[in-house]
Design a binder for this molecule. Sequence first.
Ligand SMILES: Nc1ncnc2c1ncn2[C@@H]1O[C@H](COP(=O)(O)OP(=O)(O)O)[C@@H](O)[C@H]1O
Ligand SMILES: [Mg+2]
Length: 359
Amino acid sequence: MANVALRNVHKTYPGGVEAIKGIDFEVGDGQFCVLVGPSGCGKSTLLRMVAGLETITGGDIDIGGRIVNQIEPADRDIAMVFQNYALYPHMSVYNNMAYGLRNRGMPKPEIDTRVQEAARILEIGALLDRKPRQLSGGQRQRVAMGRAIVRQPKVFLFDEPLSNLDAKLRIAMRVEIRKLQRRLKTTSIYVTHDQLEAMTLADILVVMNGGRVEQIGNPLEIYQKPATTFVASFIGAPPMNLMPLRDAGGFKAAGGDGILGIRPEDILLLNEAPAGGLALNLTVEAIERVGAETYIYGVRSQQGDAPTVSAKPGELPPGEVIVRVPGAIAPAIGERIRATAPREKLHLFSADGRQRIDL
Ligand SMILES: Nc1ncnc2c1ncn2[C@@H]1O[C@H](COP(=O)(O)OP(=O)(O)O)[C@@H](O)[C@H]1O
Ligand SMILES: [Mg+2]
């Protein structure tokens, strides 16, 4: 077991693409770290640098107290699980798992012990003689996990391992990966673009954007206190409502303009806003009934939408607002509704969205 530390890590690809622009974070021994961010933000590049599959063009990567910048992938004591499984098609499940160990000259009885133990943990003992093509997607994913487990590495690296699975299986495997990691207590770094997967798996969440870290922390803390508007709209679905606020003078610490945020589930359909809270007049444009909940898509009217939080009320330009209410509630299209939120549920950001301002 080991901790992993990244210190001012940079990556510029030959040809000049600056994929990683200075990243620092540390994953403690046995922790599950998730890197999340939109496609192209540099997640795979960063993970491949930890694995040793990409050179590091600046900074240091430290695994278990040893700087590994110049260490070959095979000598880093890591195991990686990819999205496309990368199983050998002509080999049995058993041999797919045993292959890497044989290559390292491990004695046969020990290989057998490790493969059988991994198969037992992953419940694929009955599949050991099959070829990959005779397996379902979920079973193949388990074999790929098995191949990582048998190596008993210091660190597991996962690059979107569940992306190829259907929605139901993805959720089931997500739960299994977490249970497995808790049991093995192996330090893990997991890459995904799926914010829900990230929220549910992570001990520490690293939100990336454009080759940089936007925010690092405990997933719930990030959800409750996003540091920037990027994080506010990336983490959580449906996303946080963000509204430009002109003349935010009434807010403590906010000078001129700002951005006001409110999560769809923090909006209440009440006529009167709680003291110091927000009140909006909405016209219902669309609704989505997903069963337990209804998502209301409303448009704010031009007038009368001043947040009462402001002593000198700020002005909210019109725009769309999403409200998340219990499934039994379903207003008609075109209906005018009053939406309110208590002050403690409001988020305020600087006008450029780069800074959270405490209310
Ligand atoms: N081998 C490469 N050569 C040049 N640019 C690359 C290479 N691999 C990735 N990139 C670029 O680096 C950036 C980050 O890519 P990547 O790490 O794959 O992002 P993610 O995994 O978050 O989708 C992208 O702009 C991508 O086009
Ligand atoms: Mg990727």
